[in-house]
Design a protein around this ligand. Structure first.
Ligand code: FE2
Ligand code: FE2
Length: 242
């Protein structure tokens, strides 16, 4: 990744954000923002799309490689904005990124007859099955729990019961890294499999893996450092109010 990526504030112009890092387009897409910026500031675009500006700014700064120090305050809208963003990430990875990598691996297997090439396919399939499980757990258990929690807090008298016994600590304790294994795949491709007619495909594959790795590591930071602390705070508040 480029290392002269800007630190973004609510007053940064949206076009400057994209000119400085065109990869940021996907982040705008995940927040549901279309490209019609007209020299607008990020905070203006966020308010037009009814998004929490500090969540958007924090996510973009993480994407540009800047750390966040302050804890983001919990609110109904901030949890909702974060979850919608994460869900959009999941479907982008599942419907675009992973199928594209799989397609490249298949092409590579077709042209490279090295006996070990089949390992790449096997490795990828096993890894992808784990990824699907990871996303399904978050989509079907963690996110509905989070939405239930903030809905309860917003409407404390509604008496919505959570019968699952789930808590955000359970997610925090078991949340695994899914981008680490991509590094194993990169190593396999770079160190152990000789190139045979597949140089161009391999370049595309390695660059695709590199991009996915970065996206997944930011995704994980958002889950661990933005979503989890907000939900911990929400759980505490609910306990005090009950
Ligand atoms: Fe996720
Ligand atoms: Fe995750």
């Amino acid at each position: 990744m480029k290392n002269n990526l800007i630190f973004i504030s609510p007053k940064t112009k949206v076009t400057d954000i994209i000119l400085n890092n065109p990869n940021m387009l996907i982040i705008f897409e995940h927040f549901g923002i279309c490209y019609e910026f007209n020299n607008k500031l990020l905070e203006e675009v966020c308010s037009k799309y009814n998004l929490e500006t500090d969540i958007v700014v924090t996510v973009m700064n993480l994407f540009n490689g800047h750390n966040i120090k302050e804890r983001l305050k919990y609110s109904y809208k901030s949890v909702e904005t974060t979850i919608n963003f994460l869900k959009s990430n999941h479907s982008y990875y599942s419907s675009e990124k992973y199928p594209k990598l799989k397609e490249l691996i298949n092409k590579m297997v077709e042209v490279n007859d090295h006996p070990k090439i089949i390992m790449v396919n096997k490795f990828f399939d096993l890894y992808y099955a784990e990824v699907v499980e990871h996303f399904e757990y978050e989509n079907n258990t963690v996110f509905p729990y989070a939405i239930g929690l903030i809905t309860k807090l917003n409407n404390i008298t509604a008496n919505i019961k959570d019968e699952t016994g789930f808590s955000i600590a359970e997610f925090k304790d078991n949340h695994e890294d899914i981008e680490e294994k991509l590094m194993d795949l990169t190593n396999l491709l770079l160190k152990y499999l000789p190139v045979k007619n597949d140089l161009k495909i391999r370049r595309e594959l390695l660059l695709g893996i590199y991009e996915l790795e970065h996206n997944l590591s930011v995704h994980q930071l958002i889950e661990d450092n933005i979503l989890v602390p907000m939900l911990e705070e929400a759980e505490k508040r609910l306990k005090n109010e009950q």
